[in-house]
Design a protein around this ligand. Structure first.
Ligand code: GLU
Length: 313
């Protein structure tokens, strides 16, 4: 075990070691099939990237290959909502963990249409609704923010994946209508759902996502451009939500085993923040019950164990 910071060569060999470990482990989990366009993704893909505040990036495997970021996009949508709506957002969505699946409607009915947090689908739909009241095309505003943060102007959403999710978005639509019945949804459901599916269909790589999340390890300031993205308090709030809800009902377990603020996506991405040091992103499409990448969790756990970088130490 060697604490951070590591020299570039040490970081490179640690990632190679993790890659070997992940490749030799039996592959567990299932690729997401409930969005038809995601079902054909190669389950053997694995990428891992670490970006540091001093501008270095270390990566292995398929770290440069764009994948469907799905709910990792909710992190950037939340950041955009913090920037544009501020603390009024918390009138519409809570900051509590949930022990139900990301697309569950159970709590939403019991709790009068106020979603538990901005990462469960209902909460992310409220964020999309808020952003739809601010931007003509909220999905483009999220794409724009990710392009700016990663420095990659090529990033965009995949229209086929967006259409594929929209065609089966019955649960998300039900959640939005339920919230509308409680007067917690302002815009037409169809319009927001379309924008939400497009936002979830954004494609990006481990390298770009690790780079793009660096501001969260840097008190809200993008280290390359020195631009303030969000305030230190908002950074604290976003990272706290990632810790309590970033992998939905398994967030407690993720916090216990990894100990970093993280956000998962059913495309197999898992993005983690190492405050004061950098960001780490893994991609491997096979998921556990909570929709989190199995190999991604394994890789982040290894990295934290080898570098002692849990936020709780
Ligand atoms: N677009 C997915 C959904 O709404 C996102 C879920 C996830 O990535 O966790 O079901």
């Amino acid at each position: 075990m060697k604490p951070l910071p590591l020299r570039q060569t040490e970081l490179d060999s640690l990632l190679q070691k993790i890659h070997l470990h992940v490749n030799s482990a039996p592959r567990r989990g299932q690729v997401a099939t409930y969005i038809p366009a995601l079902a054909s993704v190669d389950a053997n893909k694995f990428g891992l990237a670490v970006a540091t505040l001093d501008g270095n990036v270390s990566s292995v495997g398929d770290a440069a290959e764009p994948f469907s970021i799905q709910s990792i996009s909710k992190l950037f949508a939340l950041v955009l909502a913090c920037k544009t709506i501020g603390s009024d957002l918390w009138i519409r969505v809570d900051r509590m963990p949930s022990s139900n699946q990301f697309n569950s409607l159970i709590e939403l009915e019991i709790e009068s249409g106020k979603p538990r947090n901005p990462f469960v689908n209902a909460g992310a739909l409220v964020v999309s609704d808020c952003l739809s009241s601010r931007f003509v095309q909220m999905e483009s505003a999220v794409v724009h923010l990710i392009r700016e943060l990663t420095g990659n102007p090529e990033i965009n959403y995949d229209r086929a994946v967006a259409a594929s999710e929209m065609a089966v978005a019955h649960r998300n639509m039900a959640a939005a209508y339920l919230m509308k019945s409680f007067s917690n949804f302002a815009n037409p459901v169809d319009q927001v759902l379309k924008a939400y599916c497009a936002q979830c269909a954004i494609r990006s790589s481990c390298i770009d996502l690790a780079r793009g999340a660096l501001f969260l390890a840097n008190r809200g300031v993008c280290p390359s451009t020195k631009k303030v993205v969000i305030s230190p308090t908002q950074t604290h709030q976003v990272c706290s939500l990632m810790t309590s809800s970033g992998t939905y009902e398994s967030s407690g377990e993720t916090s216990f085993t990894i100990g970093l603020p993280v956000k998962s996506g059913v495309g197999g991405g898992l993005l983690g923040i190492i405050p004061g040091y950098g960001a780490i992103c893994a991609w491997s499409p096979s998921l556990d019950q909570s929709g989190t990448s199995v190999a991604g969790l394994d890789a982040l756990q290894q990295f934290v164990a080898e570098t002692d970088c849990s936020v709780f130490l």
